[in-house]
Design a protein around this ligand. Sequence first.
Ligand code: ADP
Ligand code: ZN
Length: 520
Amino acid sequence: MDIYKALKKYFGYDSFKKGQEELINSMLDGKDVLGIMPTGGGKSLCYQLPAMMLEGVTLVISPLIALMKDQVDTLNEMGIEATYINSSIKEEEAVQRARDIRNNKYKIIYVAPERLNAIAFKGLTQDITISLVAIDEAHCISQWGHDFRPSYTEIPRFIQSLKARPTVAAFTATATTEVIEEIKRLLALQNPITSVTGFDRPNLFYRVVKASNKFAYLLDYLNKQGEGVVGIIYCSTRKTVESLVKQLKDKGIEAIGYHGGMTPEARQKNQDTFIFNRTRIIVATNAFGMGIDKPDVRFVLHYNMPQNMEAYYQEAGRAGRDGEDSQCIMMYSPSDVVKQKLILQNEYMSIEREKLLYKNLQYLIDYCHTNDCLRGRILTYFGERIENRNCGKCSNCLEAGETIDITVEAQKILSCIYRAKERFGAAVITQILKGSKSKKIMELGLDKLSTYGIMKEYNTDVIREITMTLASKGYIHVTTDKFPVLKLTDQCRKVLKGEEKVYHKKDLVENKAVVDEGKT
Ligand code: ADP
Ligand code: ZN
């Protein structure tokens, strides 16, 4: 049968979502695949359709025991023979299911990873023909991912134990290169066809805001929203959530809070209040949002920068599920970076993991300093190829604004990094340029450098903004350590020699007195 006919027959759809067709055809040809799609991108169909077209049985390995029953029920309703095996079913029922499986009653069997190497299950799988093994949430095998599950490491051994090697298909919504490489390696995928698709959400507008007074910006923003416009404000700490709710109330704006420090009852109550439109605005930490499907959220505003692009995109992606135009706003301030670094420093972890987390954090900092299309930066992060360099729907594409030549400032900063022998982070470099008399500077004798004080008249935030912009443009490399150090890249030579000019948005580097939110 033709895959379009099968799509219509079994699922009632006329067309594929992005990426599905390529993955399905590969699986039908017996090739391993790795499908990277965002939540809601249509991963299930990628293995369910081949399951119906291939001889034998498709085994779906999924960690989400709670969802298995729903998925199987849905399939059964569509007339597809499917079942599941996990710890939630009773012995008797399990025996009956095993019998039915041996009698080839099912096309699709969902199984929890913990079950794979149980003797009974192994015996069972020897008696049937498994043509496809689909692994959902495949990033659970990666130690670098945010969801490591030891039982996933059993999967390769299980696959090897089968009579004939089935086609192996892995799926995830996680897309850092490290995690992807680990999935391929640890699952022993054979030349997998890798497809990254569907991360773009065309109805979302992206904006990065650097406000001298965050709260004033927020107030103004909220006041400009029409009556009844619903939104989420994310903050990095419980304390900020609480103080922001109070500040908003004082200004007559109805808002409720949500964070992990509240009682489960209080959380549930506030969540319901928001879901059922009894309040417009919820102020929350990242504890809020998992599994919440409120379609009409018109904006998601990050009052503090989160820890990485994955977290940002997931949270921002809670806007506009109904497909209507919605806004994703990130408010950046240098103090957020400090906060995130403190959070990282308080965690115990291996050096490799630490490096990875700093690298991921740096990507988000770069996002906040780029002059390129913000949507482009996001999609590049998720490995998606982008054709159009100007999306017309982000603050960088739409409001390019006036740019000015910052080559001289760039040269001063780069020279300072060079003179200081590439040993320090942004904070020390800024102090040298400012001509600070701090203990550290004096003790290290950094006041003797020729670049000491050469940007005395510049505001600290402006120096920092330009430094981070140079990193975002690739002139500076920020090392991925606990105490990140600024290094020069080959690319910066042209700037130092005056062969290449650097530009940046005028309003961001204007040397006005900037009040840092953390100090007010
Ligand atoms: P994921 O597992 O990637 O989060 P799902 O597999 O649950 O996503 O699919 C999300 C939604 O998209 C489901 O409601 C599903 O029925 C629907 N869907 C999947 N493929 C198609 C398609 N080709 N056409 C229309 N809807 C689809
Ligand atoms: Zn854009």
